[in-house]
Design a protein around this ligand. Sequence first.
Ligand SMILES: [Zn+2]
Ligand SMILES: [Zn+2]
Ligand SMILES: [Zn+2]
Length: 333
Amino acid sequence: MNQLRREPLLGRWVAVLEKSLLPEEYILPSESPTGSTCMLCSGEEDAEEIQALYDESGNWIAKVLRNSESVFTPEGDLGRRGVGMYDIMNSFGQTEVVIESPNHDLAPEDLGREQMRNIINIFHQRMIELEKDDRIRYVMIHKNCGIPSGDLCGHPHSLITAIPVIPKRIKEELDGAKHYYEYKERCIFCDILREEERLGERVILNTEHFFVFCPFAARFPFEFWILPRKHNCSFRDINEEEKRDLADVMTVMFRKLRKLLNNPPYNYILHTAPSRIPRRAQWHTLGEDFHWHIEVMPRIRRLTGFELGSGMYILSTSPEDATKYLKEVSDGD
Ligand SMILES: [Zn+2]
Ligand SMILES: [Zn+2]
Ligand SMILES: [Zn+2]
Protein backbone atom coordinates (compact mmCIF):
# COMPACT_ATOMS: atom_id res chain seq x y z
CA MET A 1 0.00 0.00 0.00
CA ASN A 2 1.09 3.56 -0.66
CA GLN A 3 2.26 5.41 2.43
CA LEU A 4 2.16 8.85 3.94
CA ARG A 5 5.37 9.65 5.81
CA ARG A 6 5.83 12.57 8.14
CA GLU A 7 9.10 14.36 7.80
CA PRO A 8 10.17 14.75 11.46
CA LEU A 9 12.02 18.09 11.27
CA LEU A 10 9.38 20.30 9.64
CA GLY A 11 6.30 18.10 10.01
CA ARG A 12 5.67 17.88 6.28
CA TRP A 13 3.75 14.84 5.02
CA VAL A 14 4.93 13.17 1.81
CA ALA A 15 3.15 10.44 -0.15
CA VAL A 16 5.28 7.47 -1.23
CA LEU A 17 4.26 5.05 -3.97
CA GLU A 18 4.48 1.37 -3.04
CA LYS A 19 5.55 0.44 -6.55
CA SER A 20 8.46 2.69 -7.41
CA LEU A 21 8.87 4.14 -10.87
CA LEU A 22 11.98 2.90 -12.64
CA PRO A 23 14.73 5.42 -13.37
CA GLU A 24 13.98 5.24 -17.10
CA GLU A 25 10.32 6.05 -16.47
CA TYR A 26 11.23 9.60 -15.53
CA ILE A 27 10.92 11.24 -18.89
CA LEU A 28 9.59 14.76 -18.75
CA PRO A 29 7.46 15.62 -21.75
CA SER A 30 8.73 18.74 -23.46
CA GLU A 31 5.42 19.80 -24.94
CA SER A 32 1.73 19.27 -24.19
CA PRO A 33 0.20 16.10 -25.62
CA THR A 34 -2.21 16.65 -28.48
CA GLY A 35 -5.75 15.31 -28.64
CA SER A 36 -4.62 12.00 -30.12
CA THR A 37 -2.23 11.20 -27.25
CA CYS A 38 -4.32 12.77 -24.47
CA MET A 39 -5.53 10.33 -21.81
CA LEU A 40 -8.64 12.39 -21.10
CA CYS A 41 -9.63 12.43 -24.80
CA SER A 42 -8.87 8.77 -25.40
CA GLY A 43 -8.75 6.61 -22.28
CA GLU A 44 -11.49 8.09 -20.20
CA GLU A 45 -13.85 5.13 -20.61
CA ASP A 46 -11.70 3.08 -18.20
CA ALA A 47 -11.97 5.48 -15.28
CA GLU A 48 -14.86 5.37 -12.85
CA GLU A 49 -17.26 8.23 -13.53
CA ILE A 50 -18.42 10.10 -10.43
CA GLN A 51 -20.50 12.84 -12.00
CA ALA A 52 -21.30 14.20 -15.46
CA LEU A 53 -23.11 17.24 -16.83
CA TYR A 54 -24.91 17.17 -20.18
CA ASP A 55 -26.17 19.82 -22.57
CA GLU A 56 -29.71 19.86 -24.01
CA SER A 57 -28.74 17.49 -26.82
CA GLY A 58 -27.42 14.92 -24.35
CA ASN A 59 -23.71 15.51 -25.01
CA TRP A 60 -21.48 15.67 -21.94
CA ILE A 61 -19.97 19.05 -21.17
CA ALA A 62 -18.12 18.33 -17.92
CA LYS A 63 -17.21 15.16 -16.08
CA VAL A 64 -15.70 14.05 -12.81
CA LEU A 65 -13.64 10.84 -12.93
CA ARG A 66 -11.85 8.97 -10.17
CA ASN A 67 -8.11 9.00 -10.78
CA SER A 68 -7.17 5.34 -10.37
CA GLU A 69 -3.46 6.14 -10.64
CA SER A 70 -3.50 8.49 -7.68
CA VAL A 71 -1.11 7.87 -4.79
CA PHE A 72 -4.22 8.16 -2.56
CA THR A 73 -6.62 5.23 -2.34
CA PRO A 74 -10.15 5.44 -0.97
CA GLU A 75 -10.07 2.02 0.73
CA GLY A 76 -8.93 0.77 4.11
CA ASP A 77 -8.19 2.48 7.37
CA LEU A 78 -5.77 5.26 8.20
CA GLY A 79 -3.29 2.88 9.85
CA ARG A 80 -1.48 5.57 11.83
CA ARG A 81 1.65 4.06 13.32
CA GLY A 82 5.12 4.84 14.49
CA VAL A 83 8.19 3.12 13.13
CA GLY A 84 11.05 3.98 15.45
CA MET A 85 11.17 7.78 15.49
CA TYR A 86 9.06 8.12 12.33
CA ASP A 87 5.30 8.53 11.77
CA ILE A 88 3.60 6.66 8.95
CA MET A 89 0.02 6.21 7.83
CA ASN A 90 -1.76 4.58 4.94
CA SER A 91 -2.17 6.78 1.92
CA PHE A 92 -5.91 6.96 2.36
CA GLY A 93 -7.72 9.52 0.23
CA GLN A 94 -9.07 10.18 -3.19
CA THR A 95 -8.14 12.15 -6.27
CA GLU A 96 -10.83 13.20 -8.72
CA VAL A 97 -10.24 14.69 -12.14
CA VAL A 98 -12.69 17.34 -13.29
CA ILE A 99 -12.72 17.39 -17.09
CA GLU A 100 -13.61 20.99 -17.75
CA SER A 101 -14.30 20.74 -21.44
CA PRO A 102 -15.16 17.94 -23.88
CA ASN A 103 -12.79 19.59 -26.34
CA HIS A 104 -9.03 19.18 -25.89
CA ASP A 105 -8.31 22.67 -27.22
CA LEU A 106 -11.12 24.66 -25.63
CA ALA A 107 -10.59 25.87 -22.07
CA PRO A 108 -13.64 26.59 -19.87
CA GLU A 109 -12.94 30.33 -20.09
CA ASP A 110 -13.48 30.02 -23.85
CA LEU A 111 -16.73 28.13 -23.45
CA GLY A 112 -18.63 30.97 -21.83
CA ARG A 113 -19.41 31.91 -18.29
CA GLU A 114 -22.02 29.19 -17.93
CA GLN A 115 -19.29 26.56 -18.26
CA MET A 116 -17.14 28.21 -15.60
CA ARG A 117 -20.21 28.22 -13.34
CA ASN A 118 -20.65 24.49 -14.00
CA ILE A 119 -17.07 23.87 -12.90
CA ILE A 120 -17.52 25.94 -9.72
CA ASN A 121 -20.73 24.00 -8.98
CA ILE A 122 -18.85 20.72 -9.37
CA PHE A 123 -16.10 21.90 -6.98
CA HIS A 124 -18.75 22.89 -4.47
CA GLN A 125 -20.75 19.65 -4.70
CA ARG A 126 -17.69 17.41 -4.59
CA MET A 127 -16.19 19.23 -1.60
CA ILE A 128 -19.42 18.79 0.38
CA GLU A 129 -19.59 15.12 -0.62
CA LEU A 130 -15.94 14.29 0.12
CA GLU A 131 -16.00 16.04 3.49
CA LYS A 132 -18.76 13.67 4.64
CA ASP A 133 -16.07 11.05 5.25
CA ASP A 134 -14.72 11.82 8.71
CA ARG A 135 -11.35 10.34 7.83
CA ILE A 136 -10.82 13.25 5.44
CA ARG A 137 -9.18 16.33 6.96
CA TYR A 138 -8.62 18.41 3.84
CA VAL A 139 -10.06 18.78 0.36
CA MET A 140 -7.71 20.57 -1.99
CA ILE A 141 -8.99 21.89 -5.31
CA HIS A 142 -6.34 22.87 -7.77
CA LYS A 143 -5.44 23.14 -11.41
CA ASN A 144 -2.25 22.37 -13.29
CA CYS A 145 -2.18 23.99 -16.71
CA GLY A 146 0.78 23.56 -19.07
CA ILE A 147 3.80 21.25 -18.75
CA PRO A 148 5.93 22.97 -16.05
CA SER A 149 2.86 23.14 -13.79
CA GLY A 150 2.62 19.35 -13.45
CA ASP A 151 -0.01 19.01 -16.22
CA LEU A 152 0.71 15.85 -18.21
CA CYS A 153 -2.28 15.69 -20.52
CA GLY A 154 -2.84 19.18 -21.94
CA HIS A 155 -6.61 18.76 -21.68
CA PRO A 156 -8.52 21.41 -19.68
CA HIS A 157 -8.99 19.80 -16.28
CA SER A 158 -8.68 20.44 -12.57
CA LEU A 159 -8.16 18.13 -9.62
CA ILE A 160 -9.85 17.55 -6.30
CA THR A 161 -7.76 15.70 -3.73
CA ALA A 162 -9.20 14.59 -0.41
CA ILE A 163 -6.58 13.63 2.17
CA PRO A 164 -6.50 12.51 5.82
CA VAL A 165 -3.98 15.14 7.00
CA ILE A 166 -3.79 18.93 6.86
CA PRO A 167 -0.88 19.74 4.53
CA LYS A 168 1.93 21.85 5.95
CA ARG A 169 1.38 24.74 3.55
CA ILE A 170 -2.25 25.00 4.68
CA LYS A 171 -1.31 24.61 8.31
CA GLU A 172 1.12 27.52 8.01
CA GLU A 173 -1.65 29.73 6.63
CA LEU A 174 -4.09 28.63 9.30
CA ASP A 175 -1.52 29.29 12.03
CA GLY A 176 -0.60 32.70 10.56
CA ALA A 177 -4.28 33.73 10.37
CA LYS A 178 -4.88 32.49 13.91
CA HIS A 179 -1.94 34.40 15.36
CA TYR A 180 -3.03 37.61 13.64
CA TYR A 181 -6.54 37.13 15.01
CA GLU A 182 -5.27 36.50 18.54
CA TYR A 183 -3.43 39.80 18.41
CA LYS A 184 -5.90 42.00 16.53
CA GLU A 185 -9.23 40.18 16.83
CA ARG A 186 -9.74 40.71 13.11
CA CYS A 187 -9.41 38.47 10.07
CA ILE A 188 -6.08 39.12 8.32
CA PHE A 189 -7.62 38.56 4.89
CA CYS A 190 -10.41 41.10 5.55
CA ASP A 191 -7.69 43.53 6.70
CA ILE A 192 -5.60 42.89 3.56
CA LEU A 193 -8.70 43.47 1.41
CA ARG A 194 -9.42 46.80 3.14
CA GLU A 195 -5.79 47.90 2.96
CA GLU A 196 -5.37 46.98 -0.71
CA GLU A 197 -8.66 48.69 -1.54
CA ARG A 198 -7.46 51.83 0.25
CA LEU A 199 -4.08 51.83 -1.54
CA GLY A 200 -5.44 50.74 -4.91
CA GLU A 201 -2.07 50.08 -6.55
CA ARG A 202 -2.36 46.28 -6.55
CA VAL A 203 -6.07 45.93 -7.33
CA ILE A 204 -6.82 44.23 -10.66
CA LEU A 205 -10.55 43.67 -10.43
CA ASN A 206 -13.16 44.64 -7.87
CA THR A 207 -16.63 43.16 -8.35
CA GLU A 208 -19.71 43.00 -6.14
CA HIS A 209 -18.54 39.84 -4.39
CA PHE A 210 -14.85 39.36 -5.25
CA PHE A 211 -11.60 41.23 -4.99
CA VAL A 212 -8.66 40.35 -7.27
CA PHE A 213 -5.21 41.69 -6.47
CA CYS A 214 -1.49 40.98 -6.70
CA PRO A 215 -0.23 40.21 -3.17
CA PHE A 216 2.21 42.72 -1.66
CA ALA A 217 4.91 40.03 -1.34
CA ALA A 218 3.91 37.48 -3.98
CA ARG A 219 6.11 34.43 -4.71
CA PHE A 220 5.71 34.36 -8.48
CA PRO A 221 5.71 37.15 -11.08
CA PHE A 222 2.07 37.96 -12.01
CA GLU A 223 0.71 35.92 -9.11
CA PHE A 224 -2.77 37.09 -8.15
CA TRP A 225 -5.34 36.13 -5.54
CA ILE A 226 -9.12 36.04 -5.76
CA LEU A 227 -10.69 36.87 -2.41
CA PRO A 228 -14.42 36.83 -1.60
CA ARG A 229 -15.50 40.20 -0.18
CA LYS A 230 -17.75 38.57 2.39
CA HIS A 231 -15.83 36.96 5.21
CA ASN A 232 -16.16 33.20 5.17
CA CYS A 233 -13.67 30.55 6.20
CA SER A 234 -15.00 27.87 3.86
CA PHE A 235 -15.70 27.65 0.15
CA ARG A 236 -18.53 25.27 1.16
CA ASP A 237 -20.60 28.30 2.19
CA ILE A 238 -20.44 30.11 -1.17
CA ASN A 239 -23.95 31.17 -2.32
CA GLU A 240 -25.45 31.14 -5.82
CA GLU A 241 -24.92 34.84 -6.43
CA GLU A 242 -21.26 34.55 -5.42
CA LYS A 243 -20.84 31.52 -7.70
CA ARG A 244 -22.14 33.55 -10.65
CA ASP A 245 -19.79 36.41 -9.85
CA LEU A 246 -16.82 34.07 -9.32
CA ALA A 247 -17.48 32.44 -12.71
CA ASP A 248 -17.30 35.89 -14.33
CA VAL A 249 -14.14 36.80 -12.41
CA MET A 250 -12.36 33.53 -13.29
CA THR A 251 -13.36 33.81 -16.95
CA VAL A 252 -12.04 37.36 -17.19
CA MET A 253 -8.84 36.69 -15.22
CA PHE A 254 -7.80 33.51 -17.05
CA ARG A 255 -8.43 35.15 -20.41
CA LYS A 256 -6.34 38.15 -19.34
CA LEU A 257 -3.54 35.91 -18.03
CA ARG A 258 -3.40 33.90 -21.25
CA LYS A 259 -3.39 36.95 -23.43
CA LEU A 260 -0.79 38.84 -21.41
CA LEU A 261 1.72 35.99 -21.09
CA ASN A 262 0.92 34.06 -24.27
CA ASN A 263 -0.72 30.95 -22.78
CA PRO A 264 1.54 30.60 -19.77
CA PRO A 265 1.64 27.45 -17.66
CA TYR A 266 0.04 28.16 -14.31
CA ASN A 267 -1.36 26.58 -11.17
CA TYR A 268 -4.26 27.72 -9.11
CA ILE A 269 -5.17 26.50 -5.68
CA LEU A 270 -8.31 27.02 -3.68
CA HIS A 271 -7.45 27.47 -0.03
CA THR A 272 -10.32 26.76 2.30
CA ALA A 273 -10.74 25.70 5.93
CA PRO A 274 -10.11 22.04 6.77
CA SER A 275 -13.23 19.94 7.14
CA ARG A 276 -14.37 20.95 10.56
CA ILE A 277 -14.05 18.09 12.95
CA PRO A 278 -14.04 19.40 16.52
CA ARG A 279 -11.00 17.41 17.47
CA ARG A 280 -8.74 20.06 18.81
CA ALA A 281 -9.52 23.08 20.94
CA GLN A 282 -6.94 25.10 18.99
CA TRP A 283 -9.34 25.50 16.05
CA HIS A 284 -12.02 27.37 17.96
CA THR A 285 -11.56 30.72 16.13
CA LEU A 286 -11.22 29.14 12.66
CA GLY A 287 -14.61 30.52 11.52
CA GLU A 288 -13.50 34.09 12.33
CA ASP A 289 -9.78 33.99 11.57
CA PHE A 290 -9.56 32.18 8.20
CA HIS A 291 -10.97 33.41 4.88
CA TRP A 292 -11.12 31.18 1.79
CA HIS A 293 -9.41 32.35 -1.39
CA ILE A 294 -7.91 31.26 -4.69
CA GLU A 295 -4.20 31.73 -5.40
CA VAL A 296 -3.16 31.82 -9.06
CA MET A 297 0.53 31.25 -9.79
CA PRO A 298 1.90 31.63 -13.33
CA ARG A 299 4.86 29.28 -13.79
CA ILE A 300 6.81 31.38 -16.25
CA ARG A 301 10.18 30.92 -14.69
CA ARG A 302 11.81 27.99 -12.94
CA LEU A 303 12.67 28.12 -9.28
CA THR A 304 16.36 28.48 -8.52
CA GLY A 305 18.42 26.63 -5.93
CA PHE A 306 18.38 29.75 -3.80
CA GLU A 307 14.58 29.78 -3.81
CA LEU A 308 14.33 26.05 -3.10
CA GLY A 309 16.91 26.22 -0.34
CA SER A 310 15.74 29.40 1.34
CA GLY A 311 12.01 29.59 0.71
CA MET A 312 12.74 33.20 -0.28
CA TYR A 313 11.40 34.05 -3.72
CA ILE A 314 12.72 36.48 -6.26
CA LEU A 315 10.10 38.57 -8.03
CA SER A 316 11.39 39.63 -11.42
CA THR A 317 8.25 41.76 -12.01
CA SER A 318 6.96 43.76 -9.06
CA PRO A 319 3.38 43.13 -7.93
CA GLU A 320 2.61 46.80 -8.69
CA ASP A 321 3.79 46.47 -12.31
CA ALA A 322 2.12 43.07 -12.68
CA THR A 323 -1.15 44.69 -11.55
CA LYS A 324 -0.87 47.38 -14.22
CA TYR A 325 -0.29 44.81 -16.97
CA LEU A 326 -3.09 42.52 -15.81
CA LYS A 327 -5.48 45.43 -15.44
CA GLU A 328 -4.73 46.89 -18.85
CA VAL A 329 -4.73 43.76 -20.98
CA SER A 330 -8.17 43.02 -22.43
CA ASP A 331 -10.01 39.79 -21.76
CA GLY A 332 -11.26 39.61 -25.36
CA ASP A 333 -9.65 37.95 -28.35
ZN1 LIG B 1 -7.60 15.78 -24.49
ZN1 LIG C 1 -12.10 37.64 6.49
ZN1 LIG D 1 -3.69 30.64 0.59
